[in-house]
Write a protein that binds this ligand. Sequence first.
Ligand code: DI6
Ligand code: FE
Length: 403
Amino acid sequence: MTNLVLWRSARMATLTDNGWGLIDHGAMLTRGERIEWVGPASEMPAELRQRVDTEHDLGHTLVTPGLVDCHSHLVYAGNRAHEFELRLNGLSYEAIAQAGGGIRSTVAATRAATEEALFDSAEQRARRLMAEGVTTLEIKSGYGLSLEAEARCLRVARRLGRELPLSVQTTFLGAHAVPPDFDGRADEYIDAVCDWLPDLHAQGLVDAVDAFCDNIGFSLAHTRRVFDAARALGLPIKLHAEQLSNQHGAAMAASLGALSCDHLEHLSEADIPLMRRCGTVAVLLPGAFYFLRETRLPPVAALRTAGVPMAVSTDHNPGSSPSLSLLLMASMACTLFRLTPLEAVQGITLNAARALGLHDRGKLAPGQRADFVAWNLDHPNELAYWFGHHAVARTIQEGRERP
Ligand code: DI6
Ligand code: FE
């Protein structure tokens, strides 16, 4: 039988009770990659205590679930610092995109890069996220925009999950932008995206399907076709919805059972009850809001009142959110979007896992994956309080301490 491992001397924030779920003088037992027991050390069942094979002293740290970054575009080549300069000289993000820059400039760089180079740069970025306690990471394609280049990017994401102590979920975002080779033929491009999907899925490269539904992205009708293709294969869907304009993409995605709708600055309150009924998670991305200097806030108070679960993510990408700090996003979710620290922390753990359709992580409870972080902090509200630095002491991934 697999070894029983004891992790003792920590304050636990289990996030199991709709609150922090704090346990002072807590202890946890793990067996293999799962949590077997968690609670106050004084209440550990004697028969389990006797069977412990290995013990780790957590040194009075604070333990939380491993962090989950549920929305990233990690695999790409080059950067867009030049466009940042153009924006500061007066051009808008939309104008740059319409002039062939924006996503298309990253597509050109990504198509020209080798798989090895894409892996190397994505690995460095993944390690930055991991250093802050991220144990699960979603990675989208969307900078290849041809069957071959999308497959290459998704293979890179899969390889990151195999070679790093990190759980990776892949998302096919072929409907991110119309590539230059389909200029003015968005409809035909969507046909192509729908054709590629079964092939990519057969290669085991796709865990979910996403689209960018917006005035500079794809229409509601285009998005619907992509979703129908995904659903025909039994793949979960999610959507970049209502980021720069209101297309009512969130309502359409929710009605089809989407896992999440992401961005949502222009979400209309009338569409919120449907998200709640369909169990769709609202993924808030304060990095893109900040970096694009948006002024319209997502309807956080209405989402909260309706009981829509809210997640928070980096949206790491070279155009609108070149950040590699999920904790900074938690801080910004509080300062910019007015989430409470508890909501922000639930947003990078529990609700982020839910946004990925994963119910085996995001909280500390028996049967959950043994993914957790020990922090040099006293209280979990500090995760959203400090910004620009972090206090990770140790990260345990599937029961094993990361080197
Ligand atoms: N919304 C975003 O913020 C990113 N993609 C999307 O659909 C931006 C992607 C980029 O500018 O490269
Ligand atoms: Fe995004």
